[in-house]
Design a protein around this ligand. Structure first.
Ligand code: OGA
Ligand code: NI
Length: 328
């Protein structure tokens, strides 16, 4: 079974849209305004001149290639993904499926060091590559969150980034591999994309996604309309997550997205999902509540949210469960 999408495959529209690109070399106040604009409109943007060194990305990419090239029995030694470890085709606990294999890890360095033993023949090399990458992208995620707070005129500018900087932050890294949809790919023009990971929003605060040069990521800002995101291995793609939607009182949208397979080439991506510590109470700063004084979501903890999310399908709108009132 394939992950259901609100609009049946085949009846959907694909639209080419120029998506926002944020250049971090720009002037800070200008950059923060552009980021807020992108998050208001799409909950999504691409970031260039991001400061994450190439060699750090290349090191992890090499480890990903090595891991996914292993035989199935070898890879399965790192599984199943419950929620951490190697997963194949099944996503989550509610029967969602896709043409994907992945390795999900908590970002805690000790956890990574321990898990690396069942993932790699050179566990130290693997865990250094993963932890080095996490440190770098965490820095970038924090920078982006501070810029968002500044652009939103929230005086406490580290209000969002503190949560993922916290030693107990419940952040995750996922290495994804989408094998080509055709086994024998002679015809370069065929396009028989399959769903790699079905429509969803990311539950955490902010996602930083980097992929190889094979496309497949699509975002949706309207039901049934998909915008393909051109691949760019030198940039990061940023998704607003559900928690940031809640903490901006619904102003930023947690973008719905999916990944499709390519007919001929393997897509590989690495997602860093910055999340708060489990017991963090998720509320919007007072500045996000004005002017009408209405809080769109009731306060809840990240642990509560995760529990609810585990009981739902990948594509379900989890935040709806926490709404206080509906707009009419
Ligand atoms: C994810 C995701 C997209 C991709 O892992 O949550 O949306 O392109 N991945 O791999
Ligand atoms: Ni996602």
């Amino acid at each position: 079974m394939v992950v259901p999408s609100p609009t049946p495959l085949g009846t959907e529209k694909v639209r080419a849209v120029e998506l926002p690109v944020i250049d971090l070399y720009g002037q800070r106040s200008e950059v923060s305004k552009l980021i807020v604009k992108a998050c208001d409109k799409y909950g999504f943007f691409k970031v260039i001149n991001h400061g994450v060194p190439n060699h750090i990305v290349a090191k992890l990419e090499e480890e990903c290639l090595g891991f996914f090239a292993k035989t199935m029995p070898e890879k399965q030694k790192a599984g199943p993904a419950n929620p951490f470890g190697y997963g194949y085709k099944t996503i989550g606990f509610k029967g969602d499926m896709g043409e994907i294999e992945y390795l999900t890890l908590n970002t805690n360095p000790l956890f990574i060091a321990e898990r690396s033993k069942s993932i790699s023949d050179d566990p130290l090399k693997f865990s250094c590559a993963v932890s080095g990458y996490i440190e770098a992208v965490k820095g970038l995620a924090c920078e982006l969150l501070d810029l968002m707070a500044e652009g939103l005129l929230v005086p406490d500018t580290t209000v969002f980034s503190r949560m993922i900087r916290d030693v107990d932050s419940d952040s995750v890294i996922r290495l994804n591999h989408y094998p080509p949809s055709q086994v024998d790919c002679k015809d370069r023009d065929t396009s028989d994309s399959k769903i790699g990971i079905g429509e969803h929003s990311d539950p955490q605060i902010l996602t930083l996604l980097r992929s190889n040069d094979v496309g497949g990521l699509e975002i949706s800002i309207e039901d049934g309309v998909w915008i393909p995101v051109p691949p760019d291995p030198n940039s990061f793609y940023v998704n607003v997550g559900d928690m940031l939607q809640a903490m901006t009182n619904g102003r930023f949208v947690s973008v719905r997205h999916r990944a499709m397979t390519n007919s001929c080439k393997s897509r590989m991506s690495m997602g860093y999902f910055g999340g708060p510590p489990l017991q963090t109470r998720i509320t919007a700063p007072p500045e996000m509540i004005t002017p009408n004084g209405l809080s769109l979501y009731r306060p809840f903890t990240w642990a509560e949210y995760k529990k609810a999310a585990y009981s739902l399908r990948l594509g379900d709108s989890r935040l709806e469960l926490f709404r206080t009132c509906t707009e009419d």
